[in-house]
Ligand binder design. Structure first.
Ligand code: SF4
Ligand code: SF4
Length: 121
């Protein structure tokens, strides 16, 4: 039995953490290069080249849209793809925002395929 977490789209990670994209992220999604704050050496490196929460704004990621939707979801930076729902970082920002903890669910698999889930109570 594997415990999983499903992101509920609260968007707090996109408002709280320093979101930085790489040159290869920007090659895949040109809007990152167009609107991100470019970081030069020594702070900036190819892996950390564009801030998506500009220092001047200190708000949310430039790509966070209405309803907490990521406007570049399919081509979002690797760091966003790897951010794990239900992780300590996820739960921390939810707590700071006054949101309840993200609850785990139990994945139901048939012949190794994920076919649904049931809430853990
Ligand atoms: S903080 Fe967690 S639940 Fe909220 S959007 Fe980010 S990953 Fe999803
Ligand atoms: S690029 Fe999308 S997923 Fe990543 S922080 Fe911005 S809004 Fe969130």
């Amino acid at each position: 039995m594997e415990t999983k977490y499903a992101c509920d789209g609260c968007g707090e990670c996109c408002r709280t953490y320093l979101v930085v994209a790489s040159e290869s992220d920007a090659d895949r999604e040109p809007r990152i290069r167009a609107v991100g704050e470019r970081l030069e050496a020594p702070e900036g490196t190819p892996a950390n080249r564009y801030r998506l929460i500009p220092r001047s704004e200190q708000g949310s990621c430039l790509f966070l849209g209405a309803g907490n939707r990521c406007s570049i979801y399919d081509t979002r930076p690797r760091t966003c793809r790897q951010f794990p729902a239900g992780s300590e970082m996820c739960q921390d920002v939810r707590r700071f925002a006054g949101l309840p903890m993200l609850l785990p669910y139990v994945g139901i698999t048939v012949n190794g395929r994920d076919v649904g889930h049931g809430a853990v109570v």
